[in-house]
Design a protein around this ligand. Structure first.
Ligand code: G3P
Ligand code: CA
Length: 268
């Protein structure tokens, strides 16, 4: 993620604020994006899913209960799945109070609102298509929304990576929009890396269990855009893990605590 290297950031690895600066503000809300921005972080990660009426919203869990007050607002609607609620219903929910009283009133953003805020902040986006099996056709829908918001314009492409745990979804994104950079989440076997490198610019594994050999095996390959495939490790929140991953030579660190990781990298 060369675009991550703004002057105020440690050159390598790049730091990506996971679900926004999600240890400091409620995850996947505009507050978390703004918090990352105020701390000087260019890249934010988010998760996108779809409501019952087909609107793309930014939320991590398949259900609304952990990060909103849905149980109070809609007590009879268990298990409170995103896909069972309309966008108007979700817009009524408080997505901030669970994290702290001062965040009361934060909303679950639509992808459109989220893109507008990231763009306004001049930030860059690692966008995860979450649970695609629940949402047939979500990959082309996400691409259509990105196009509508100008994120697929040539000048903007360096500010975007689309990722998923579901490799076929990543392959679909690449097939539909070959210019967009993509990432497969997880750690495919070394034997399969070459196949993945045909459609993924990054392989993004959990940091636990990562080895220097695996990082090197990924980075030896050329991705679909002719550059070495990158490794972005997640979710790295502790200084010790930051230093281990940096020593392994990862290209980026995805973290809930970008402030902590930046501080740790400053001594690296
Ligand atoms: O970007 C890496 C990370 O977000 C993947 O896991 O569950 O936090 O979406 P998860
Ligand atoms: Ca994610």
């Amino acid at each position: 993620i060369s675009g991550a290297r703004a002057d105020h950031e440690t050159p390598r690895p790049a730091v990506i604020a996971h679900r926004g600066a999600s240890a400091l503000a409620p995850e996947n809300t505009l507050l978390a994006v703004d918090r990352a921005h105020r701390l000087g972080f260019t890249w934010v990660e988010n998760d996108v899913q779809r409501t019952k009426d087909g609107v793309l919203v930014v939320l991590h869990d398949a259900g609304l209960a952990r990060t909103t007050n849905v149980e109070q607002v809609f007590p009879g609607r268990a298990p409170w799945r995103v896909r069972d609620f309309t966008s108007a219903e979700i817009a009524r929910l408080d997505a901030g109070s669970w994290f702290g009283r001062r965040f009361r009133g934060a909303r679950v953003p639509t992808l459109r609102q989220y893109l507008a805020r990231v763009d306004r902040n001049r930030q860059s986006l690692l966008l995860e298509i979450k649970n695609p099996a629940f949402y047939p056709g979500i990959a082309p829908q996400v691409l259509a929304e990105l196009r509508r918001s100008g994120w697929l314009d040539r000048a903007h492409l360096k500010r975007l990576v689309i990722q998923s745990f579901d490799a076929p979804t990543v392959r679909t994104v690449h097939r539909l929009r070959p210019a967009v950079r993509t990432a497969v989440l997880g750690a495919p076997s070394v034997a399969r890396l070459r196949e993945y490198a045909r459609f993924a610019d990054q392989i993004n594994p959990r940091h636990l269990g990562l080895t220097v050999g695996y990082v090197a095996a990924v980075q030896r390959l050329r991705g679909p855009h002719g550059r070495p495939v990158e490794v972005c490790a997640w979710t790295v929140d502790r200084p010790v893990d930051t230093l281990i991953a940096a020593t392994y030579g990862v290209d980026c660190l995805i973290t809930n605590r970008p402030d902590v990781v930046r501080r740790a990298l400053s001594v690296f």
